[in-house]
Design a protein around this ligand. Structure first.
Ligand SMILES: Cc1cc2nc3c(=O)[nH]c(=O)nc-3n(C[C@H](O)[C@H](O)[C@H](O)COP(=O)(O)O)c2cc1C
Length: 192
């Protein structure tokens, strides 16, 4: 798969084959892509927690919101929970540049997961204090982003902006997950 295809395919996944567990080793291999990614001033302040234990995964899953714009029926069913999580944590005093590291790390993991046939959901909607307590996160770190991972149990695809102009993701009549993206013409606003 070339890089463009990978980027197109690496759509957010929110329904997983819940019985396909991810091992700590598999999750750590994905973290390696983040470790090797760009970092502001190369400070590399981020740290990662891999969560493979099924009970801890279930507990963490109850502290996140996946698919806030979907109806409850369109979200993951009981047997579609993630096969593992990677939690991205960083120190309290992260400046704007350091915060950018979080997105870069997340996308590296997302792309690596996609290449490996896995799906990923970056999750900002997490009860951070409760999740930190669950994971017994060291006090000097706070949770920046949670990544749910696993074998996809849904079809996702890029579509055009909706006729009403909305960019909200939705499920179509076949229960496929549709992600409207703006056009390249809309993206590039100036060519000097
Ligand atoms: C920083 C960040 C935070 C996100 N937080 C959530 C979240 O809390 N829950 C969720 O279901 N999706 C979350 N997403 C996924 C976005 O909803 C998703 O990227 C968007 O709908 C576009 O879909 P795509 O990733 O397939 O392009 C987040 C994405 C990013 C980049």
């Amino acid at each position: 798969m070339n890089l463009k295809d990978l980027v197109i395919r690496a759509r957010t996944c929110r329904r997983f084959k819940g019985d396909r567990r991810l091992s700590s080793d598999t999750l750590a291999e994905l973290v390696d892509y983040a470790r090797l990614s760009a970092s502001a001033r190369n400070k590399q302040v981020l740290r990662f927690i891999t969560v493979a234990d099924v009970d801890t995964c279930e507990a963490l899953n109850s502290l996140v919101v996946m698919g806030g714009s979907l109806t409850p029926e369109q979200r993951a069913g009981k047997h579609q929970h993630p096969g593992g999580f990677i939690v991205i944590a960083g120190p309290e005093n992260m400046d704007d540049f350091a915060i950018m590291d979080v997105g870069i790390a997340a996308q590296s993991i997302n792309l690596a997961a996609c290449e490996a046939g896995l799906g990923c959901c970056m999750i900002g909607a997490v009860k951070k204090n409760e999740a930190a307590a669950l994971l017994q996160l060291p006090e000097e770190l706070s949770i920046r982003l949670v990544l749910a991972l696993g074998e996809p149990d849904e079809v996702r695809r890029v579509v055009e902006r909706r006729p009403d102009g909305s960019l909200t993701y939705y499920r179509d009549e076949n229960d496929e997950h549709c992600v409207p993206k703006i056009t390249l013409e809309e993206s590039v606003i100036m060519k000097k």
